[in-house]
Design a protein around this ligand. Structure first.
Ligand SMILES: *Cc1c(COP(=O)(O)O)cnc(C)c1O
Length: 406
């Protein structure tokens, strides 16, 4: 199949170029509709979606059960603000806490807001519960992290481009190498309130830490009365073949951030999950969001969570993910350096000599597969969790062709 992409799409590309800020460099595919793992562009070409909007559509595009919940709620009430209560928020809290095993939740909209909420919570916990002197709280993060795009969050990024031109930044962060438990131990001081990390670094290139790292991090945090916060906005809700990626090492963090697939791609919904002791530091007026916890968001998220459970998407991610990685490893390509990941969060790292991942993503687009390079040399394969083995076979044929080109 060769994709014809240069008639109707150019019109929309030109409009974006002419009127939009140029803060993205997307593939030139103009999507008009989508269903399950498939998207269709304005020229009628069909592609397998191997990005899932950075894991926001784990349930597959246009899932009918989520659509129905959304439409029903739209007909009732969409926004009350938290000045009043609504009949979706309480059930959402309960279902989310029962599913995840955390005591309390705090709803926001974007992932970055959930991370900001977590940062505020751990700082306040540090001052009010741990007894850190006012203004002295320290948070440890990892090199190569990604947690969103606010000024505070990019302030502790180690990616030069994310920071360039945006300072001054929020103080109080220390960076250690990802996966280095000794460095974590050495970085902790009496003023350390939290260690924030992604259990697998997503935007950083699908980096899986050494076995045992999360376990040791848990022990070190516990021994030092430091909160362990895992950012599961990309890795959570089934993506890695577990509900949360921290389960791969049998640990429990003190706090988790979730977003993306929490709405199945219908609406921005995020949340922070933690204990009563930690989220209990927030009192009325301390923190909030006009749209956070609105009834439409809650109804959508409730349906999105039900789909993950009812359709056993976590087991499917585990099984089909293992199969996908196995089939990728079979490809004998001079360009592939390593295949890695867990569940359906898969990274294919290319050799420097390959000429970069972008040209392979463009070639895959012409074969009917949409994926996106992360950093210069890594291709991420992260299809919706509803993908079946036969779909993987279809994809592998095309990936094989592209990976063995010159
Ligand atoms: C995407 C992502 C975020 C930010 O989410 P937004 O909704 O884009 O603000 C935060 N953390 C991780 C790990 C992510 O992958």
């Amino acid at each position: 199949m060769t994709i014809n992409n240069h008639d109707r799409s150019q019109f929309f590309i030109d409009l974006e170029d002419r009127f939009g800020a140029h803060n993205y460099h997307p593939l030139d595919v103009v999507v008009e509709s989508a269903k399950g793992i498939w998207v269709t562009d304005v020229n009628g070409n069909r592609y397998m979606d191997c990005l899932s909007a950075y894991s926001a559509v784990n349930q597959g595009h246009a899932h009918p059960a989520i659509a129905q919940a959304m439409m029903e709620q739209i007909g009732k009430v969409t926004l009350t603000s938290r000045a009043f209560r609504n009949d979706q928020l309480g059930p959402f809290y309960q279902e989310l806490c029962e599913l995840t095993g955390f005591e309390r939740a705090l709803p926001m909209n974007s992932g970055a807001e959930a991370v900001e909420t977590a940062l505020k919570a751990v700082r306040k916990w540090g001052y009010k519960v741990k007894g850190v002197p006012e203004g002295q709280a320290e948070i440890i993060v990892c090199k190569n992290n990604f947690a969103g795009r606010t000024i505070t969050i990019v302030g502790f990024s180690t990616e030069a481009q994310y920071q360039d031109g945006f300072g001054p930044f929020t103080p109080g962060f220390k960076v250690i190498p990802f996966g280095d438990a000794d460095a974590l131990e050495a970085a902790i001081t009496p003023n350390t309130v939290a260690f924030l990390l992604e259990p697998i670094q997503g935007e950083g290139g699908i980096i899986v830490p050494p076995d045992g790292f999360l376990k040791r991090a848990r022990e070190i945090c516990t021994a030092n009365n430091v909160l362990l916060v895992t950012d599961e906005i990309q890795t959570g809700l089934g993506r890695t073949g577990k509900l949360f990626a921290f389960e791969h090492e049998g640990i429990r963090p003190d706090m988790v951030t979730i977003g993306k697939a929490l709405s199945g791609g219908y609406y921005p919904v995020s949340a922070v999950l933690a204990s009563d002791e930690i989220l209990g530091v927030f009192h009325p007026g301390d923190h909030g969001s006009t749209f956070g916890g609105n009834p439409l968001a809650c109804a959508v998220a409730r349906a999105a969570l039900r789909v993950i459970v009812d359709e056993k998407l976590i087991d499917n991610a585990d099984e089909v993910g293992a199969y996908f990685r196995e089939r990728l490893e079979e490809i004998n390509s001079p360009h592939i350096k390593e295949v890695r990941g867990k569940g359906l969060l898969i990274g294919v790292e290319l050799h420097e000599s390959s000429g970069g991942a972008r040209r392979f993503c463009e070639a895959l687009q012409h074969e009917g597969i949409l994926c996106k390079e992360t950093h210069h040399t890594i291709i991420r394969f992260a299809p919706p969790l509803v993908i079946q083995k036969a779909d993987v076979d279809w994809a592998i044929e095309r990936i094989h062709k592209v990976m063995t080109m010159a």
